[in-house]
Design a protein. Structure first.
Length: 555
């Protein structure tokens, strides 16, 4: 009997809603980022759930920017978020919205609450308001301005909108319950004065709704049936529901899932922004960053991220996912679609002494053994080649199956060679290796009978092309950089997270590689062409090693 995959709790809710014809069986979700930074791997989970659930059940998804704080928002972030969602493979079609689209409606909602005696203008300072709220185990203290008349509150609120008052001098608060054990219900601020230019509304407004006032109402205005968000917003739900009920809006319902927590990673936009602003990374798209743009530049694929999120699953309980699982899915996807090529990162010259001088052979190479449709190419072979310096040892141990004095290896796609001698400089550094080859040992037609336990990659010196290689590793060297109460997360920055190799040599086929192209460098890992690449300067980023090198380190 075929095993059926169990449904997660969101699928169960949606299927029950469809079965009971709730909202006429309509499924409408939304992804509501704040445009105050770049999206990261944690947002990928939310994107995949909101768009994925709607796709699965024939529904729709809105992309809505909750742009209620012009001080921290920018059109740069808006465009980056749109690009990220598209790159992940999702389409909001014609449903692109902004909370700022609803500023007039939200203002009217606030006036209604005032007229109904459910909101008031408070002249208290922010610190005083915070003190009034108290602590969850004890009731808060009511503001001395809480019982102003509706007429006075309406007049003051309209004058706030007209710009008569300074920032911080007044706020509008909802009148709910100062004794509530839920701190969000203790007369929350719903409007504040911000004399800041908004990236969409310009200088039309000098008061802006708080996120908690705009978010739920925006869902209701758009008639979102399933407002799916992370568990951190669970305590906000009673407040969202209070607004919806007291304003009289479409009863959008919020459902919470566990956010994605990843080892060796921080996912606070504020902290990521600090890394950028202080120059610890080269920007939001630095390949070490957990941002979608950073992972894209590093060479991660959309399919790998979607598969990773699917594997992680949807649950209500918080846990930490090992980043190696993400790297596994990146390898798995790249293994299927990346062309195998040769590149030598730390070149050591090898002279094949009995190979004819001036002769060149074009040897066949399979592009990807996982996908025959990718075909093959030819690689030039000549008397002088480069191998990796680490593939040669003078005092090689018995189980070192690479090259050394008297040792025999096969050159991938080429011939078997045996080391006869080598040269060193005044420091004892090997500068050149001399080998002989066996003409009848060519790959695919070997009749030599010679056995070689090791196989090396190589590049013809005559035909190779130079390249800059950027090796990226985990940005933090601690499994939980955020998890130390007595230490700052910046202390755990990995000093070995970035290395630049200037003298790499690649096979000539790669001279036409374009930004974003992905390859497997045989025996070295997966690499992606960086956007900084120009015609005269080929740059590759290491996407991921062939195996989990951190597991080998015991880290």
């Amino acid at each position: 009997m075929e095993k059926t995959e169990s449904k997660n709790f969101l699928e169960q809710i949606i299927e029950n809603d469809i079965e009971t014809n709730k909202h006429e069986g309509r499924i409408h979700t939304r992804f509501p980022p704040e445009p105050n930074g770049y999206l990261h791997i944690g947002h990928v989970k939310s994107i995949c759930i909101n768009f994925g659930m709607a796709q699965q059940y024939g529904g729709k998804t809105n992309l809505r920017f909750d742009d209620t704080n012009p001080v921290n928002e920018d059109v740069e972030y808006v465009e980056s978020i749109k690009n990220d969602v598209k790159w992940l493979g999702f389409d909001w079609e014609d449903r692109l919205f902004f909370a700022s689209d609803y500023f007039d409606q939200l203002y009217e909602f606030a006036e209604k609450l005032i007229q109904d005696g459910k909101a008031y203008v408070d002249d208290s300072a922010q610190e005083e308001i915070s003190d009034m709220r108290g602590i969850p185990t004890k009731p808060g203290t009511e503001s001395p301005f809480r019982n102003r008349s509706a007429e006075e509150n309406l007049d003051l609120f309209r004058r706030m909108r007209a710009g008569e008052f300074e920032e911080g001098s007044r706020v509008l608060r909802a009148k709910i319950d100062m004794a509530s054990p839920n701190m969000h219900m203790r007369d929350p601020i719903i409007y504040r004065i911000l004399k800041a230019h908004h990236h969409r509304t310009g200088d039309k407004w000098c008061i802006y709704p708080m996120y908690d006032f705009a978010h739920g109402q925006s869902d209701a205005i758009e008639e979102i049936t399933h407002s799916i968000c992370t568990l951190e917003f669970e305590n906000h739900k009673p407040l969202y529901n209070w607004f919806i009920e007291n304003i009289g809006l479409f009863p959008s319902h919020q459902y919470e899932f566990a956010r994605l927590n990843l080892s060796y990673t921080i996912m606070s936009k504020r902290r990521l922004k600090k890394l950028v602003e202080e120059g610890h990374v080269a920007g939001w798209d630095d390949p070490r960053m957990p941002t979608i743009s950073g992972m894209r530049r590093r060479g991660y694929t959309p399919a790998a991220l979607r598969n990773f999120i699917k594997k992680v699953g949807v649950a209500k309980r918080e846990n930490v996912i090992d980043v190696s699982l993400l790297e596994f899915h990146v390898r798995e996807d790249l293994n299927k679609m990346a062309m195998r090529v040769f590149g030598v990162l730390d070149p050591l010259k090898v002279v094949i002494t009995n190979y004819p001088e001036g002769q060149t052979e074009d040897l066949p190479a399979i592009n990807n053994p996982e996908d025959e449709s990718m075909g093959s190419r030819t690689m030039p072979f000549s008397r002088e080649i480069y191998i990796e310096r680490s593939d040669f040892r003078i005092d090689a141990p018995r189980k070192f199956f690479r090259l050394g004095p008297g040792k025999t290896v096969r050159l991938k796609n080429a011939y078997i060679i045996t080391c006869e001698n080598h040269k060193t400089d005044e420091n004892g550094e090997v500068t050149e290796v001399h080998c002989k080859y066996y003409p009848d040992s060519k790959s695919g037609s070997d009749t030599s009978g010679i056995k070689a336990k090791g196989t090396l990659h190589w590049v013809s010196i005559q035909h190779g092309i130079p390249a800059e290689i950027r090796l990226y590793d985990r940005l933090f060297n601690d499994e939980a950089p955020n998890g130390h109460k007595d230490r700052d997360y910046m202390e755990f920055l990995n000093p070995d997270s970035f290395e630049v190799i200037k003298n790499a040599c690649l096979e000539p086929w790669l001279k036409n590689a374009k930004a974003g192209d992905r390859f497997q460098f045989m025996r070295l890992g997966y690499f992606c062409v960086d956007p900084d690449t120009t015609d005269g300067n080929l740059i590759f980023n290491r996407t991921v090693t062939l195996k989990d090198s951190w597991a080998k380190k015991g880290k």
